[in-house]
Design a protein around this ligand. Structure first.
Ligand SMILES: [Cu+2]
Length: 284
């Protein structure tokens, strides 16, 4: 009988879902650029201390996410997971709400504040939930753009004319070049033959076209169009509030640039090189 018991235990472990409990805190602070400019900013945070990053929530397929959202800001906010959870009530200043959802397929899912859309989301309140069954060689990019002279006015409750949006800063996980390469969650590193997975969300208000030098990548997931899965190429458009999973299997060693092909996005308030520019570093 022993083999049958073993098989039963093996199968039951494959379908077991776990419940992941997380808390995120809405907090205001400043984004400081590497040019030394400061502008007000809002993010979701792991604790009641402000950081420029929105937490990356990592789940396995079939996990149930139990999420508390705590509003430490002085004005009302809300919460939405694009395409999955909406119609969540307003969270008053000082209040909190709990949401729960089981994620039954892999992908990158954007969470954000839908209040006054896109203003609150633009000023920083947007992050990513990654659902996969892979534990190794994962890298994460949350893309955002900023028009630094807009934030004070937007956070005072004003609505800008989005037709005149002209961002002057471009960040990946809150950083611009060269600091992106100091973020081990963003900077792609590996050795020849590795399977490297890059989870990308665009929670800003611009479209980007990411160009990979040195290696081609394969689309493993696209929130915009399922038919794009399987395409192997070196440039990947990503629209606002869309997400991608790319896979790279390096065939050679070296260090190669990856950047937004819209070259204004590789500047910071007119200075080059800056913005959405990083390198992939592959060892023999
Ligand atoms: Cu290029």
């Amino acid at each position: 009988m022993k083999p049958f018991i073993f098989i039963f235990l093996f199968l039951s472990s494959q379908i077991q879902a776990s419940t992941v409990e997380e808390k995120i805190y809405i907090l205001g602070g400043d984004l400081t650029t590497n040019n030394g400019e400061n502008f007000p900013y809002l993010t979701f945070n792991d604790s009641n201390l402000f950081t420029i990053n929105n937490p990356i929530i990592e789940l396995s397929v079939n996990d149930v996410l139990d999420l508390w959202i705590i509003n430490f800001d002085s004005v009302p906010h809300s919460f939405e997971i694009k395409g999955i959870l909406n119609n969540i009530p307003i969270i008053s200043a000082g209040d909190s709400i709990q949401v729960s959802h089981q994620f039954t397929s892999s992908g990158v899912f954007i969470y954000f504040d839908p209040v006054n859309y896109p203003q609150n989301s633009y000023t920083g309140l947007g992050g990513m939930i990654n659902v996969s069954d892979v534990t190794q060689n994962k890298f994460f990019w949350n893309l955002k753009t900023h028009q630094s002279n807009w934030n004070t006015s937007i956070l005072a409750g004003n609505t800008p004319n989005w037709n005149t949006y002209n961002p002057n800063y471009y960040t990946i996980n809150g950083n611009s070049f060269p600091e992106i390469n100091d973020d081990p969650s963003a900077r792609i590193t590996g050795v020849i033959g590795d399977t490297l997975l890059l989870y990308i969300s665009n929670t800003g208000q611009s479209t980007h076209s990411l160009h990979f030098h040195g290696y081609h990548a394969e689309i493993k997931y696209s929130s915009k169009d399922f038919n794009h899965v399987g395409r192997i190429k070196d440039t990947f458009p990503i629209y606002s509030m869309e997400s991608l999973i790319l896979q790279i299997v390096p065939d050679k060693s070296g260090e190669y640039p990856i950047h937004d092909h819209n070259l204004v996005a590789t500047t910071g308030n007119g200075l080059y090189p800056n913005g959405m520019l990083t390198t992939i570093l592959i060892a023999p």
